[in-house]
Ligand binder design. Structure first.
Ligand code: TYD
Length: 209
């Protein structure tokens, strides 16, 4: 984010693309090199956000699309204002699982809202804040599904969506990356975790040196 001293990195991708593995690896590596890392996520990166996360991921039954988009945007507004901006102002590295690109890809993929209105809502919520780097772990939804099936934990509300929904999420992500090639690093999530981690590390090193 321009005008702050820290570096803001977000990780994006479909469910089962390996974001958690990669963000844990990167966080550990940056900390080992002596950097202060704020490792956070959306939804749920603040106390208020935890409450919102519980609604959006675990509410049984439908949530109207506009209400859902507003809940994610509310989580984002509070998270950016109380966690992300203060950390960047201190000069920390903010490493964040999911940000506004998730809203554009997922809420846009529901077909009720279009990508530009979802993006505008998020930008309003976050006062225009955009990360320095967004890593997109791109994976075919069928491959992601078989990873999730073998993980042996119950699906949350969004993971249980149908395959064509996840295909639209993927397409939306790729379109976002194409529109902002300088912000995005797109990696093939089918590669080995070590190979992916190396690519991410190389790009992050360019940013922080
Ligand atoms: P989470 O358990 O954090 O999953 P993951 O490990 O895949 O990141 O669940 C987050 C879910 O919320 C995920 O299915 C994507 C969805 N989501 C949205 O639909 N819109 C958003 O703006 C965000 C941040 C997440």
């Amino acid at each position: 984010m321009t005008s702050s001293r820290g570096v803001w990195i977000t990780l994006e991708g479909g469910d089962g693309s390996g974001k958690t593995t990669q963000s844990n690896l990167l966080s550990a590596r940056l900390e080992a090199s002596g950097r202060t890392v704020v490792h956070t996520r959306e939804p749920g990166g603040s106390e208020v956000g935890q409450l919102i996360r519980n609604i959006v991921l675990h509410h049984r039954g439908d949530i109207a699309p506009r209400a859902e988009a507003l809940l994610y945007a509310a989580d984002r507004a509070h998270h950016v204002a109380t966690v992300v901006r203060p950390a960047l102002d201190r000069g920390d590295i903010v490493l964040q699982d999911r940000y506004l690109d998730s809203s554009v890809a997922y809420q846009g993929a529901g077909r009720v809202l279009d990508a530009s209105e979802v993006r505008d809502l998020s930008l309003w919520a976050a006062e225009g804040a955009l990360p320095d780097l967004t890593v997109l772990l791109d994976l075919d939804p069928a491959a992601a599904r078989s990873r999730l099936d073998s993980a042996d934990k119950p699906f949350d509300r969004l993971e249980a969506e149908k395959a064509d929904f996840h295909g639209r999420v993927r397409d939306a992500y790729l379109a976002l990356a194409e529109a902002e090639p300088d912000r995005f690093l797109v990696l093939d999530a089918a590669a080995s975790p070590e190979a992916i981690a190396d690519r991410i590390r190389a790009r992050v090193e360019e940013l922080i040196h």
